[in-house]
Write a protein that binds this ligand. Structure first.
Ligand code: ADP
Ligand code: MG
Ligand code: MG
Length: 545
């Protein structure tokens, strides 16, 4: 079918080009330009935020847009205090320092900070900060003590100083107006399907499709997962769809495919998710048959951090398998598809859900269970990555009952090629009784992370996404099935289904807008250009006296 091939290639090319272009010059590329509201929105916006008790120095300082504008104010002279600019840079250095996770990094950084920001004051006998704090830091450095909190007192006094000496002048300046213009825009932003241009279909699931898409105002690429309301109704999946939304709204970590926006149209529910364009682990496994122990350790680490994030929120994932672990363009992985995840804090689940071959015995046996289920599935998935097949699934076997029976009875044997640490860990993850399993002894993920298999792994680096990925997905490839192979739904299926008002009532609180996410997207793309544009427009107008 030559035409279909050509179409598929063209779709891929346009998708890849969109991804490339979204990296450069986002404002130029945007087909719907963001424009700030007129400065006269200032008072209404202020009142609105005040009523919501969202107006304070802390709010401003902790938001990306607020901080950005405040910093501009300071860098352009601020209230006129020449020390403020340096103080703010000092604060930024302190923040970087606090984030450093090893003494080896902190030691030279601490010395550099001391020399640049504290020493000159001491020499000049000029002490904008408490001199005792300076002496304390000096003493710690002399003793080679460079703990995380070394400069904390400075951090606090700089913030206090900003609040006392700079914030009042900031509030009186046009910078504050600019801040309120952005807040007005934020408050009035309703993200809709028209805000995205769809590129290529990249996947299909039970209720709908996943597309690579571009947000037209910022040029940022996302994945759009669409669930068709009629399809949901046909399969009575309303509770599942709303559950997926609720769970997605509760997670925020680099190790899970997270939600950026949720909204609906008359016929679908849409999730705007982080785009993972490196393919899934199942796909990469088929490209190479198996992964080495070292490679598997990397994937295990990032997946464990994703599970830990969910378990900390009393969420059990229930669908861990290679196909649900997606790679980004650098090769880092995230857990995706939270459709089966569920809260176990109020009531422990008893339903048998998941994928046969990865399900824990307690899930198959319809007892109640909690996060224990995920640790068993992790064992199954790691076996699959190392060995190319599930431990409980005989080659070519499609019988679910056979697979389940083996899960309940079989003692897994490990190849001699596995290291002793690996065998030990897998044995403990695949423990049939949850109360004897690794990860279920009261300390959760910590038990798995501290197993000997991970003794050489730097969990601090891992949690900051700083490990080196073993596989870097090829650039300039879509890394997803051909659009043609993904295929279409049979439209006839849902022909007889009519949506009623009762159906829509179930989705009335579906939409989600996360200001944090929106601000991140804005500041990483078009923020500066929009500000320049607003300056240009506002300077053209006659000045109010
Ligand atoms: P369902 O819940 O219906 O199974 P999924 O969330 O698993 O839907 O998505 C279906 C397919 O779409 C996945 O198998 C994957 O190939 C692709 N996909 C899903 N989310 C993303 C994403 N964020 N980035 C890239 N591809 C994705
Ligand atoms: Mg899926
Ligand atoms: Mg799902």
């Amino acid at each position: 079918c030559k035409m279909a091939d050509l179409e598929a290639v063209l779709a891929d090319v346009s998708y890849l080009m969109a991804m490339e272009k979204s990296r450069n010059e986002p404002y130029k590329r945007s087909t719907k330009k963001v424009q700030l509201p007129d400065p006269s929105c200032r008072d209404v916006t202020y009142k609105y935020l005040q009523e919501k008790t969202q107006i304070s120095f802390d709010h401003l300082f902790n938001e990306r847009i607020g901080y950005n504008i405040f910093k501009q104010f300071i860098m352009n002279g601020g209230s006129g205090d020449p020390g403020s600019e340096k103080a703010l840079l000092f604060l930024e250095k302190i923040k970087d320092y606090q984030e450093m996770d090893s003494n080896a990094l902190r030691k030279p950084a601490a010395k550099a900070i001391f020399d640049e920001f504290i020493m000159p004051d001491l020499l000049a006998r000029d002490h904008p900060y408490d001199i005792e704090d300076a002496e304390e830091v000096r003493a710690s450095l002399a003793n080679d003590e460079t703990s995380h909190d070394l400069f904390d007192k400075y951090g606090v006094s700089i913030k206090d100083m900003m609040l006392e000496h700079e914030y009042p002048s900031f509030v009186d300046s046009t910078y504050y107006t600019r801040y309120l213009q952005w807040k007005s825009l934020e408050i009035n932003t309703r993200v809709k399907i028209e805000d995205f241009s769809l590129h290529r279909i990249i996947g299909r699931g039970g209720f709908g499709e996943v597309y690579g898409c571009r947000k037209v105002d910022t040029g940022r690429m996302y994945a759009m997962k669409c669930l068709y309301k009629k399809r949901i109704k046909m399969k009575q999946g309303e509770r599942m769809a709303v559950n997926e939304r609720d769970i997605l709204a509760r997670v925020d970590t680099p190790f899970i495919v997270c939600l950026n926006y949720a909204f609906q149209t008359t016929d679908r529910l849409c999730f705007i998710l982080d785009l993972m364009n490196g393919g899934d682990l199942h796909y990469h496994l088929t490209q190479r048959n198996s992964f080495t122990e070292a490679e598997t350790r990397f994937y295990a680490a990032e997946v464990i951090l994703g599970l830990e994030h969910m378990h900390n929120r009393s969420i059990v994932y229930r669908d861990l398998k290679p196909a649900n672990v997606l790679l980004d363009e650098a090769g880092h992985v995230r857990i995706s598809d939270l459709g089966l995840a569920t809260d176990f804090s109020v009531k422990k689940p008893t339903a048998t859900v998941g994928t046969h071959g990865y399900m824990a015995p307690e899930v198959i046996e319809k007892g109640s269970y909690d996060s224990s289920a995920d640790w068993f599935s992790l064992g199954c998935m790691l076996m699959k990555l190392l060995n190319g097949r599930c431990p409980f699934r005989p080659p070519k076997c499609k019988e679910k009952s056979t697979i389940d029976n083996l899960t309940l009875t079989m003692n897994v044997e490990f190849p001699d090629t596995f290291s002793p640490e690996l065998k030990d860990m897998l044995g403990k993850l695949l423990e049939r009784k949850p109360d004897r399993r690794l990860g279920c002894q009261g300390r959760g993920a910590e038990e798995v992370k501290s197993h000997a298999f991970f003794s050489a792994l730097d969990w601090n680096a891992a949690s900051k996404v700083k490990l080196t990925p073993p596989v870097v997905p090829p650039k300039g490839e879509v890394n997803a099935a051909d659009a043609f192979d993904i295929g279409n739904f049979n439209e006839d299926d849902t022909k007889g289904i009519k949506l009623t008002k009762e159906d829509d009532d179930q989705y009335k609180n579906f939409d989600i807008f996360l200001p944090d996410r929106w601000q991140k997207e804005i500041t990483e793309t078009i923020f500066e250009t929009v500000n320049q544009e607003a300056d240009r427009i506002e300077n053209k107008k006659p000045k109010r006296s």
